[in-house]
Design a protein around this ligand. Structure first.
Ligand SMILES: NC(=O)c1ccc[n+]([C@@H]2O[C@H](COP(=O)([O-])OP(=O)(O)OC[C@H]3O[C@@H](n4cnc5c(N)ncnc54)[C@H](OP(=O)(O)O)[C@@H]3O)[C@@H](O)[C@H]2O)c1
Length: 172
């Protein structure tokens, strides 16, 4: 089992503007000649997405990008079921993580749920796709706890975005 926290962030660490706007993520007008083309290959390796309820609601609003891959939405509310691949979870996140078994799980937001997963030491890897923009303010991805990361891979793309992959040192 592996849990990868994957988020798209501004260079100053925000994952959305205060009004939840994420349009700044769309391919920037950079052309970085030494970069590689972005592909969706890695998405085929994902067995399950996990997200908080706000991210779920915004994804429904903006257009569902997770295909038919199993998706677990963490919420204490009763939300309308919209797709066969979506299930809802309420309760202890450590118990949820025990159910992941051998799966390649991607934790895809938002800030609240990611910070909870980090705090509980349930994240194996962090992949941040950094967009070349400074937002100044917004929804901050990280906060709260200190974690030591080990750089695993860096990929720069032609569009100026950079993937930073880290492994997270477990503290238990
Ligand atoms: N840049 C990116 O890659 C990216 C990706 C995803 C999202 N986003 C942005 O992030 C923002 C949403 O993030 P967010 O931090 O506001 O919300 P979020 O993490 O998506 O959702 C928070 C909700 O998840 C549920 N939750 C979280 N921890 C829980 C726990 N331990 N137990 C039970 N339920 C729990 C609660 O739902 P209930 O209130 O329903 O109980 C909580 O209100 C949006 O602006 C979105 O656009 C950006």
């Amino acid at each position: 089992m592996s849990v990868t926290l994957h988020m798209v962030a501004s260079l100053d660490g925000f994952i959305a503007k205060k009004d939840n706007d994420v349009s700044w993520m769309d391919a920037p007008e950079n052309t970085y000649d030494k970069g590689v083309e972005m592909t969706a290959d890695v998405l085929e390796t994902i067995d399950c997405y996990v997200m908080g309820s706000h991210t779920y609601e915004l994804a429904l609003e903006l257009g569902w990008p997770y295909g038919d891959t199993q998706t677990i939405v963490v919420t204490s509310r009763t939300l309308p079921s919209t797709r066969k691949s979506v299930e809802f979870y309420s309760g202890d996140l450590k118990v949820l993580a025990q159910k992941f078994e051998q799966k390649n799980v991607w934790l895809v937001g938002g800030a609240m749920l990611c910070q909870e997963f980090l705090r509980l030491n349930l994240v194996d890897e962090v992949c941040l796709t950094v967009v070349p923009i400074l937002l100044g303010e917004g929804v901050a991805l990280f906060g709260g706890n200190e974690h030591t990361l080990r750089l695993k891979e860096v990929t720069a793309f032609k569009n100026g975005m950079v993937d930073l992959w880290y492994t997270v040192a477990r503290t238990d």
